[in-house]
Design a protein around this ligand. Structure first.
Ligand SMILES: Nc1nc2c(ncn2[C@@H]2O[C@H](COP(=O)(O)OP(=O)(O)OP(=O)(O)O)[C@@H](O)[C@H]2O)c(=O)[nH]1
Ligand SMILES: [Mg+2]
Length: 204
């Protein structure tokens, strides 16, 4: 009787999925909120505020003139990649004046997606610097906006001056499958890096 009960409990414990935290970062208006909403299986939490006339001197909407709102705290969503692997997604605010929130959002994260728009690559420099400096694994996802010229990933890598090991992929942040692929890339990259770091250094 007792054995049966503990056995059941053990089963329940092993069935618990692994939960990982992933950041969705990048500059202003690159599609972070869009990506989280596209993949989330729960209604995503958003913290959008209207872009106003008063904010015009600070909010550079050049290139994203159709944009009316901006994230002021974070986006939050969840996606089950496999039955034993759940990702919690935290989208960062894109504007410089919200940088102070990043350290809190980044705590405990396994890795990050840095979204980039090839028409405004410089928007995502700050996010790349941030993760490089902290040694947090990240992948760059080029969000292919309609009307934007397409560049080969190697050209984007060169323009962003990022390491060869950092994955660079093309995506459409509005498409669930495309956004999911980006997340799989980040998780795989972070896992690879973690296992490489665990391996003992080779002796020369
Ligand atoms: N055509 C096209 N439009 C997109 C795509 N991704 C986002 N958009 C649009 O671009 C605008 C910006 O998207 P958001 O998801 O709000 O960008 P964000 O990175 O969260 O912006 P901030 O939070 O203000 O930094 C929105 O109007 C989206 O509808 C895309 O892949 N293609
Ligand atoms: Mg946003």
């Amino acid at each position: 009787m007792v054995f049966g009960r503990s056995d059941r409990r053990r089963k329940a414990v092993t069935a618990e999925p692994v939960a990982l935290k992933i950041l969705v970062a990048g500059g202003f208006g690159v599609g972070k909120t869009t990506l989280v909403a596209a993949v989330s299986e729960i209604r995503p939490l958003r913290t959008e505020e209207s872009l106003t006339e008063a904010g015009r001197p600070f909010d550079d909407i050049a290139g994203v003139e159709t944009k009316h709102t901006t994230t002021v705290a974070m986006d939050f969503g969840r996606i089950t990649l496999r039955e034993d692997l759940v990702l919690y997604l935290f989208g960062t605010p894109g504007q410089d004046r919200f940088w102070f929130l990043w350290d809190e959002l980044a705590q405990g994260a396994l890795g990050a997606v840095v979204l980039a728009d090839t028409r405004r690559l410089q928007e995502s420099f700050g996010a790349i610097d941030y993760f490089e400096r902290r040694g947090m694994p990240f992948a760059v996802a080029v969000n292919c906006f309609e009307g934007a010229r397409r560049y080969p990933v190697e050209e984007v890598r060169h323009a962003l001056d990022i390491d060869e090991q950092v994955p660079v992929v093309l995506c459409d942040a509005r498409q669930r499958e495309s956004a999911k692929e980006v997340l799989v890339t980040v998780v795989a990259h972070a896992m690879e890096r973690a296992s490489a770091q665990r391996e003992p250094a080779t002796t020369r």
